[in-house]
Write a protein that binds this ligand. Sequence first.
Ligand SMILES: C[S@@+](CC[C@H](N)C(=O)[O-])C[C@H]1O[C@@H](n2cnc3c(N)ncnc32)[C@H](O)[C@@H]1O
Length: 202
Amino acid sequence: VYTDRVLPRITNRLLDNPEHRRIRERVVSGLSGDVLEVGFGSGLNVPYLPAAVRRVQAVDPATLGRRLAADRVAASGVPVEYLDLEMDRLPLPAESVDHVLVTWTLCTIPDLDGALAEMRRVLRAGGALHFAEHGLSPDPSVAKWQVRLTPVQRLWAGGCHLDRPVARLLEAGGFGISELRTYYMPGPKVTGYTYEGRATKS
Ligand SMILES: C[S@@+](CC[C@H](N)C(=O)[O-])C[C@H]1O[C@@H](n2cnc3c(N)ncnc32)[C@H](O)[C@@H]1O
């Protein structure tokens, strides 16, 4: 009940502040055609999608987000099609989407290697994975606390890990990082270390 009905309302508020909005605007820039958004949440990226996006195919096991997204989707010119995961597989043919979008989601997916393999499978050659994710800090004193606090964070935040080395995991998943900026968002460093960029199939 908490994960499906309460947490989506909390993230709908927490991830919609001016700093997140600035990052969303940057991350979606350059998207076009058919875009798969993994971890669609409450559609907080929708208002920033470029006009060149023809359609968003949205995946998220917490389907309450679809209701919370309704006004944003209605106000946007971009059609959103909701897909259900089939045993952790995306119900899409290989090489069928132009780009993949993930924001603040890779921390939460239980089988991240499997999910990255699926994103890679459906992404067309020439397309890119656009991402903004929090994860493991290179600063040992922050990383130590990220490892310590992850069990607690996972309990209240729907399985969210503070200590995932996002860039390394993308590379291990068969993506080559073509653009990367890393920084701390304002607020606690354990949750704030951010990896933002683009990756393509390597
Ligand atoms: C912190 S929220 C971020 C939502 C949205 N991406 C945003 O930027 O506002 C993480 C989302 O990942 C979703 N999620 C968890 N496991 C997932 C999976 N296996 N596949 C896709 N989404 C998943 C959660 O339901 C949740 O909506």
